[in-house]
Each structure stands twice: as structure tokens, then as C-alpha cells.
Ligand binder design. Structure first.
Ligand code: PLP
Length: 232
């Protein structure tokens, strides 16, 4: 059985190879360890192997692990759908939010971000797969949403997050990630926003995402193994 440290080494060499193939500096790509459904001990093991950034989807589960791991200097990323009654705890307990897709949520996060913490790093989740996905704002709504979010005082808009529909067809996968890259490029050009982040690519498609410009890859299964949702 492979250990989490072995898996991290394997994913790191996939990232390295993908960066090389794309003529990119491997240091421009960061690994976000997606630890939803995994116990605190698994995160501790990943920390011992060098991981600092963890992505969580479920607030209550994440808060529990944060308490158990309070002795470690971890960086927490919220990457799941956000209901408005969860924004206060997210604003208080996370460093990044990748899954903002409407202004109301962003406004609440800004109002509720504690004054003694730095501005909350934000990615707007954009839906480039149309009907196939419910989460994420439409490309058409993106410029206005980005402008409004960039004006909120306690948030720092960093870029875009996307989860394109998975496909075995590499050309189609590349095209979906390229669409996200093209969106951020046109925002950089027309909105004059200092965006530096493309959060895209998961266990099965990180090579394609890196080829198309990902700066965070969000990796769960390839680091921690398959998830068991039947556990309480
Ligand atoms: C679960 C999840 C991931 C990780 O997916 P894997 O296929 O397990 O690597 C990445 N991003 C988001 C938003 C997720 O919910």
C-alpha cells in the first residue's frame, strides 16, 4: 500500500512533468491537498511530507479538523458550495475561498472578515460547461461580478476557479481549461485587475489544467485515496 508521502511524491512529479511539457516554471504551480472526508491524521501525515495548503468542502467537518490540527501552521482553503448562513465561519476560519459565484456571498464574506486578519483571498468560480454544472457564475456575468468583488474592502480577488466537466478526450479537456484561461486573460486586459490565480485541475486532469495555465491544482484522490462518503 502506498503512503500519503509516496502519493505526494508521485503527484509532485506529475506536476513537474506537466510544467516542463508546457515550458512553465514548476514553482508557478501550487498543490492544494483536498482533504474532504479524510481524518485529521491523514492531513498530519501530509503536513509531515511538506503540504501546507488544505482544501475542504464541508464547513463543520473542516472546523473539526482545524481544532485537531491547531498546533500546525496550515493554510485553509474553502472549495465547496457556500450557503449564506455559513459565510461568517468561513470568513473567520479560512485563508482562501475558491468557490464564490455570487455577489451576496462575497459581500457577506467581506463584512464578516475579522479586522485582525488579512483580507480573504477569493477566486470566482466560473461555469464553463454550461448545463452540465450547477455551480459557478456564467462567463457573461463574470466581468460585473469581478468588478463588484474587487471593490469589497476585506476581500482580495485573486482569480478564477473552475471544474470543467471531466472527459477522456484530451483535446476537449484542454479546450475547457483554455476557456477559463481566456476568461482571466480578458479580465486582466479589460478590467485592469491584478489577477494571478487560476485554480483548476484535479487528480484525473491536472496535466491538461497545467498545460492551460493552472496556478493551483486541487488534488484529493491521488493524494489520499478514494473517498468513502458512507462514513458518518
Ligand atoms: C473533491 C474536490 C477536488 C478533488 O478531486 P479529486 O478528483 O479527488 O482530486 C477538487 N476540487 C473540488 C472543488 C472538489 O470538490
Amino acid at each position: 500500500m502506498s503512503t500519503i508521502a509516496d502519493n505526494i511524491a508521485q503527484v509532485s512529479s506529475r506536476i513537474q512533468a506537466a510544467a516542463k511539457a508546457a515550458h512553465r516554471d514548476e514553482n508557478s504551480i501550487q498543490l492544494l491537498a483536498v482533504s474532504k472526508t479524510k481524518p485529521a491524521e491523514a492531513l498530519r501525515e501530509a503536513y509531515a511530507a511538506g503540504i501546507r495548503d488544505f482544501g475542504e468542502n464541508y464547513l463543520q467537518e473542516a472546523l473539526g479538523k482545524q481544532l485537531e490540527l491547531a498546533d500546525l501552521p496550515l493554510i485553509w482553503h474553502f472549495i465547496g458550495p457556500i450557503q449564506s448562513n455559513k459565510t461568517r465561519a468561513i470568513a473567520e476560519h479560512f485563508d482562501w475561498v475558491h468557490s464564490v459565484d455570487r455577489l451576496k456571498i462575497a459581500q457577506r464574506l467581506s463584512e464578516q472578515r475579522p479586522a485582525d486578519l488579512p483580507p480573504l483571498n477569493i477566486c470566482i468560480q466560473v461555469n464553463v460547461s454550461g448545463e452540465a454544472s450547477k455551480s459557478g457564475c456564467t462567463p457573461a456575468d463574470l466581468p460585473a461580478l469581478a468588478n463588484a468583488i474587487s471593490a469589497l474592502p476585506r476581500l482580495k480577488l485573486r482569480g478564477l476557479m473552475a471544474i470543467p466537466e471531466p472527459t477522456e478526450d484530451r483535446a476537449a479537456q484542454d479546450a475547457a481549461f483554455a476557456a477559463v484561461r481566456d476568461l482571466i486573460k480578458s479580465m486582466q486586459a479589460s478590467l485592469n485587475l491584478p489577477l494571478d490565480t487560476l485554480s483548476m485541475g484535479m487528480s484525473h486532469d491536472l496535466e491538461s489544467a497545467i498545460a492551460m495555465g493552472a496556478t493551483w491544482v486541487r488534488i484529493g484522490t491521488a493524494l489520499f485515496g478514494a473517498r468513502d462518503y458512507s462514513r458518518p
